[in-house]
Design a binder for this molecule. Structure first.
Ligand SMILES: [Zn+2]
Length: 69
């Protein structure tokens, strides 16, 4: 995975809460894979574990390009 982790403060609630894929925003109700840790040093240091789509699903499907944002 080479996509750049977003700043933790920029994550919508669903993403930093682990409800949605950190990359594409898809619902993770069907399951999720740990995507790493988003951090921010804006103000106080802040870090949150984030999740991504399961392999073959959503942005992890082989035919889907990487998100542009
Ligand atoms: Zn995704």
């Amino acid at each position: 995975m080479s996509w750049e982790m977003p700043d933790a403060w920029d994550l919508p609630r669903a993403r930093y809460s682990g409800w949605a894929c950190v990359w594409c925003g898809a619902s993770l109700a069907q399951g999720a894979t740990p995507a790493g840790r988003a951090t921010s040093e804006r103000g106080e240091y802040y870090a949150v574990d984030v999740f991504e789509c399961l392999p073959g699903v959503g942005c992890m499907a082989p035919s889907k390009p990487a998100p542009s944002t």
